[in-house]
Design a binder for this molecule. Structure first.
Ligand SMILES: Cc1ncc(COP(=O)(O)O)c(C=O)c1O
Length: 403
């Protein structure tokens, strides 16, 4: 009966690193792998969610106030006018908003430009829609965008450029110059852009998030996707949105209604409180995460990781294995689980360079196999426990040794 599966379903296979998640579960390893906080959500939005449940907001629901608040935020943050009645689709997290945006725009054979490394979900959605992912590598160690690589990847079939800034897994915030190049190419090639801005409120060292939509000519061709998940530490509430010109937003809404009908009603109500949070909320979010970033950099840099790129946003550290470490990323994480009781993500899961898998495995020490992603969206207690666990595995020079 397996032959009955669609060709597209067969292409979406479990990732090669899933085995490590099972090992981590068996070993009860501390989870620095997944990008969800292990500390409570902000009280003001929990109160709003409880109150919505007590008020019996139990049925299918579209909370227009969420769209109104997002329109207000777009004006304040990016100076853009959007119509809250027609230009916003509330979805189940950024994940559904992104999938619906891809289904709304991609026909089989259309090419979609993705930067490499990138968040794993994009490629799967493009493939499910029958699109062709085209990967443009960002150059390590600073993950810079080489404009000639971007320009060289456009063809007549390019339909969409996907941009995630602040970036998972590197923590890169694309510079204004890089954004100008991307926007310029989208306009001159008459392409659409889909942005993933889930980390828009999490930037460091006074760096400000700039949305691609704010560049000349971009508003008419950009679908912004984002959510409550990261900015409000509620990845399980599943409230996100797509903001786009009316013809796109309305196609996304139609697809969303077929897929899930609506985002969870009580959490849409709580989103109203979240989106009205005062500036101090976002300032303390940033400063708390900046302290955690500095802590993990000191910890991992101190035990021998090469940290040439300091995250500018998001809550991941993409750390390079020490030069003298002969293990690959996957081998290292396996030992990290077994010996330290800590799990992180082998970097190769985020690379999709257009190399065949044979080529990648021959490049044993290619940079695609030298990075480990650590999520630092964890309580101070969790981070201290990690430090204690790693502290037991140090050599005389204070470097981490895994056997
Ligand atoms: C870059 C990026 N986009 C989207 C998501 C998922 O967002 P949501 O929970 O809103 O679906 C994640 C989660 O890790 C992410 O890192």
């Amino acid at each position: 009966m397996e032959r009955k599966l669609s060709r597209r379903a067969k292409k979406i296979i479990p990732s090669s690193i899933q085995e490590l998640s099972h090992l981590a579960q068996r070993c009860s390893a501390i989870n620095l792998a997944e990008g969800f906080p292990d500390f409570p959500a902000p009280p003001h939005i929990k109160i709003a969610a409880v109150s919505a449940i007590n008020s019996d907001f139990n049925q299918y629901r579209h909370v227009q106030g969420v769209c109104d608040n997002l329109a207000k935020m777009m004006k304040e943050r990016h100076g853009l006018d959007i119509d809250p009645l027609t230009d916003v689709a509330i979805c189940c997290g950024q994940s559904e908003a992104f999938a619906a945006a891809i289904f709304a725009t991609i026909d089989p054979g259309d090419e979609v430009i993705l930067f490499d490394p990138s968040y794993e979900s994009y490629e799967g959605c493009v493939t499910l829609a029958g699109g062709v992912p085209i990967h443009v590598p960002l150059d390590p160690p600073q993950w810079t965008l080489d404009s000639s690589k971007l320009l060289g990847s456009f063809t007549e079939r390019t339909k969409v450029v996907v941009l995630n800034s602040p970036h998972n897994p590197t923590g890169k915030v694309f510079t204004k110059g890089e954004l100008e190049i991307i926007a310029g190419e989208c306009c001159s090639r008459n392409c659409l852009a889909i942005t993933d801005e889930v980390y828009e409120h999490i930037t460091y060292d006074n760096l400000k998030h700039i949305s691609l939509v704010s560049f000349p000519g971009m508003q008419e061709r950009t679908i912004i996707t984002s959510s409550l998940s990261k900015a409000f530490s509620v990845t399980g509430w599943r409230v996100g949105w797509a903001i786009a010109p009316t013809f796109l937003a309305s196609a996304i809404k139609n697809i969303h209604i077929r897929l899930t009908d609506c985002a969870p009603a009580p959490f849409q109500e709580a989103a109203l409180s979240a989106l009205r949070s005062p500036p101090e909320y976002f300032e303390s979010l940033r400063s708390d995460y900046q302290s955690k970033r500095d802590y993990i950099i000191n910890l991992l840099g101190g035990v021998g990781f090469k940290i040439e790129f300091i995250p500018q946003g998001s809550f991941f550290l993409f750390a390079e294995l020490p030069d003298n470490c002969l293990l690959s990323d996957v081998e290292f994480v396996k030992k990290l689980i077994l010996e330290a009781g800590v799990v992180a993500v082998p970097g190769r899961g985020f690379f999709h360079t257009n190399l065949s898998s044979d080529e990648v495995s021959n490049l044993r020490y290619s940079y695609q196999k030298r990075y480990i992603r650590f999520a630092f969206c964890k309580s101070d207690a969790t981070l201290t426990t990690v430090a204690e666990k790693l502290g037991k595995l140090l050599d005389a020079k204070g470097h981490l040794v895994l056997y």
